[in-house]
Ligand binder design. Sequence first.
Ligand code: SMO
Length: 723
Amino acid sequence: MTVTAQNGDGWIGRAMARREDAALLTGRGQFVDDIPAPGALFAAFVRCPAARQRVVTLDLAPCLSVPGVVAAFDAGGLGLTQGTSVNPLLPLGPVRPGMALASGTVLAAGEALAVVLAETQAAAIEGAEAAVVETEDIPAGDPALPDPTPFTLGAWQDGPPPPDPCAVHAVEVTIGQALVAPMALEPRAALAAPDGDGGGLTVWLALQTPHRAREDLARILGLPGERVRVIAPDVGGAFGGKASLSPEDIAVAAAALRLGRPVRWTATRSEEFLAATLGRGMRSEGRLTLDASGRMLRLAARHAVPFGAWTPHSAHAPARNAARILPGPYAVPAVDVALTGRSHPIAAVNIYRGAGRPEAAMLLERLADRAARAAGLDPLDLRLRNLRGPGDAWETPGGAVIDRVDPTGLLRRLEGAADYRARRAGLAARRAAGEVAGLGLALYVEPCGQGWESASVTLLPGGRFRLATGASAQGQGRATAFAQIAADGLGCHPDRIEVAAGDTAAIATGIGALASRSTAIGGAAVVAACERLRAQVAVALPGLQDWDGIAAALADRPDLTRAEAVWTAEAEAWAAGAVLAEAVIDPETGAVAITRIDWAEDAGRAVNPMLVEGQLIGGAAQGLGTALMEAMAHDPAGQVMTGSLMDYAVPRAADIPPIRIHACPTPGRANPMGVKGVGEAGCIGVPAAILNAVMDALPPGTPDLPLPLTPLRVWRALTGGPA
Ligand code: SMO
């Protein structure tokens, strides 16, 4: 693999790729569906045909007469009384745990009612289709349905009360985020195999959080934790859509335990659209007042947050982030944020890459653009007047402590690197020549995780090492980055280190791959484990430096050749960036082309610049999809209208413009390496910049457009038709 020395002082900071990570791109990965399981049964699900239904009849006898079908279970048949866990980040509102199978009252179309097990996948699907399902509509207002009235999730205020006497400008925006599908290339998948004695299970899951899945499964199935092993092998993208255990995963595990045979299931793309968790969907309203010179005085923000049929573990994280990040990179003396939730008869809504960060950024950045127009300032100058600078540390009303970022410096860097002033000036001539073009700026801050992560390092014979991490992987190049960190920590070549991730048998505890946290927190745990190993070896063998010799001398001392660490972050790491997007609209069709993106970003010290760039560009592509084309559509009855990739648009390579990244790393203080996170950045800053660019291209006074910015919406805005 290519190795390019970037800064020469260690393995951290070099662009390199390890074989294990490269295998994912070259067809040699081992995803759940690739794991061999001789004799495994295939699972298929009988799903509720409509939303807000009462199940009248669920007859599985016809399933059993399909050749190859071995068993079929409804909720009563599996007999499980427990569901998935929920993280109480906010007052919870109505919580419906994810149950293996729904029964009685069903809220969303597509919820699984029964699981059919068969010798082949075809027989399982045919068996599921043979089930007799009769349901009846539950009328709106029936007490069996969750109350559709909004419920309070929280409110935070800080600063002087309104009205602010100096305010001379007030601007308002409404942001309508579409509900989107976290479109991983690999759909959800599960394989459960009972142990030889039938008393335990090994479960392979396409999942971001194997240790939590083990705890949940053990509790739900009534097994001791040590009898459940969860393995997340190669995972082909997740983006929050695989953050938590799915009802289907539980059904697969329960059926395997019941039947004493391995059971496997890989979701079809249609099942993903129908029953996987959704992201975004918030409706945000903001009001900002400014003084005569364009200084921000008071921000009021309201986020209305959608919840679906059941409550995934992290369902409250987007709301919490969207609230606590405000006022983000800006210095605003008074801030007032309120959150409400509401239940909808659709699939569960959960985190999706960014998880509230994009919603906060878009609200602020649209307000900043409207404020600039009201104050008669260039959008860049309005921002410079209000952004925090280097050395600032500030606490938001929602309790986030933001530091070690320099939004002003990032915007200044972007201004020069993107040739902003000349391009802004050049827009007038381009518009005079008939072009419909605009420039959009967006700043963002990205919190990179709270809490702890685990790591262990074991010295193997021959001076090699086995590194285990609780931070699992979803295709980010975990093995490459963590081997680089450990190589520096141990003083050896990264090729001496094998990395085990995503396996509850490899390390006792762990969190997983979420929240831009893996390098900042999981990487710090690796450093701590390596330090511990070096320290205990130094005591036992003072002066001995070479690992081959140490391995030989300690061959019979497993107590000294293994070290484990659980590292807890005392502070949150914050990444930040400034994005400039250029949009050109076809006036005939309303189609938006993003022609260029410039991006000054501070992801902290880069462990591997190549992986950082990959994260940034991948996130930007998803962010572009959110801004321009992605939307789940439901009809008024709750039926999914976007059930395939024929109906749900995702960006393709040709949609992605040149992205010029200007790295401005400043060290964070949240961990000893000075690293921050980068996984979600593209989804945070890029959609806001695109929305601002499109609004800049449209006539002044154009009302806020909801997302996504489809050609029809943009064309109507251009031609003055209804939005
Ligand atoms: S949206 Mo991420 O998986 O925290």
